[in-house]
Design a protein around this ligand. Sequence first.
Ligand SMILES: [Zn+2]
Length: 100
Amino acid sequence: MPDICPKCGLPKELCVCDVLNRETNRRIRVYTEKKKFKKYMTVVSGLTGEEMEKTAKELKVALACGGTSKNGIIELQGDHKESVKKALLEMGYPEDSIDA
Ligand SMILES: [Zn+2]
């Protein structure tokens, strides 16, 4: 028996109600940093734990880039600020929670 969300009726793995519900006042920051050898990193901060891991994985797929996530910071290789914001919106994060 699959785990179905009582709110939207989707399987739990597809449901974004938790994401939408959780802390609407949370801020997600998206910014770029110039690293050594003039390489850019796009940093996403404000997410933690499993949510951060899942979001990092989805961003890497969406942007087809490499990256790491730890200590509440997702780092993606390259300058992807606009694409990251778009991808976060598509994942269901509210626009007014994203500082980009
Ligand atoms: Zn749901």
